[in-house]
Design a protein around this ligand. Sequence first.
Ligand code: HAM
Length: 419
Amino acid sequence: MQTIRGFRDILPEQIRLWQKVENLAVDLFTAFGYEEIRIPILEKTGLFARSIGETTDIVEKEMYTFDDRNGDKLTLRPEATASICRAYIQHKMYATEPVRKFYMTGPMFRRERPQKGRYRQFYQIDAEVFGLDAAYVDCELIFLLNELFQRLGLSGLTAHINSLGCPECRPRFTRALLDFLEARKQDLCDICTRRMDRNPLRVLDCKVQTCQTALTGAPATVDYLCPACEDHFKTVKTTLEKQGVDFSVDKSLVRGLDYYTRTAWEIQTTSLGAQSAVAGGGRYDGLVKELGGPDTPAIGFAIGFDRLVEIMEQLTPASAPPGPDLFIVALGDPAMELAYHLCCDLNQAGIRTDTDFRGKSLKALMKRADKLNARYVLIAGQAELAENALILRNMQTKEQVSIPMDGLRRKIETLLKNK
Ligand code: HAM
């Protein structure tokens, strides 16, 4: 039996980088006042179709959707933003305190063509802020990403930012874009010609080479911003500049989801081949209302956890996991019983202890303790049990002391805690 295409196991040998990233991210989010939220993996299909957009690649081609036994259409979440909005509305969080900041990590599912950095089950670290429309929040999120990457020791990542405008300025842009596309209709792929009528902005996100070529010189949203959006974007740019956050304005960045308004961004890398986006985010000031809640500005981002770890793997050589404080070498049945209880008791007392119940030889068990990188070894052989004293060996100095069985646990505790 094998995993299905695009799905993979993340093995203990790989997991330490994931834990390092997650711990740092949680520290940073907590410091900035974000709270953890956990959302279901399965939601009604309509939630994603309405928020991400019917004409996006995600909804048109990539969602894992199936009919439940009662006929409901359900989908494995392809992203977290829609679900977090649903939770914000469903639990009427806006009524008690409209300003809320959330983070979550977990698996997402998109049926894309698998390759390095692109999986069908992948993980995101997601952050969302509700109830704040100030441009400073946009900056806070970009700064936060930047800070996280710096703390992880990553360089060579650039924030590409753009403004997609709002319902006020979008119609003027859409008209200009449609005029541009009409003149090049014959060069566009079938999907784009279809999308032109329903959602012309999506054409700008097409990956087909002929479309990309045809789109050279297409109108850009930043050139059609209303004064309020212009002002908002200007504050974002000047604030980031003042902070020394590295970014570049990318007029062609439209993102692959429909809900965005105003600032949108991607953090890109050159070290992952074709998969250049390590994180993406933006404002979605209209989505809470669209999903049935009150008019609430919102903004967020998601980091591609798999991609981030892949970049780190290129930089960080794998290091051995920290070993146990104590490994008990138990030779024979009575020793194994003793080892079992001692192992549980010492772990309860906060001393990381491990043992082995295979009944192997002294030599084999010492080898195992060495491999595990244990600080100390407690030897419980027949001779030691007969003499009512076990041997404690410091694996680094090779020093050995004899410890009487009477009050053994407490003596080991004192010895190891003082070292
Ligand atoms: P997204 O750009 O679709 O945005 O995904 C965010 C990140 O997830 C990407 O930049 C990429 O690193 C990673 N990612 C996406 N698809 C895959 C895949 N198939 N395999 C591996 N990694 C992948 C969103 O999902 C939005 N919900 C972000 C957001 C939050 N916007 C506002 N709030």
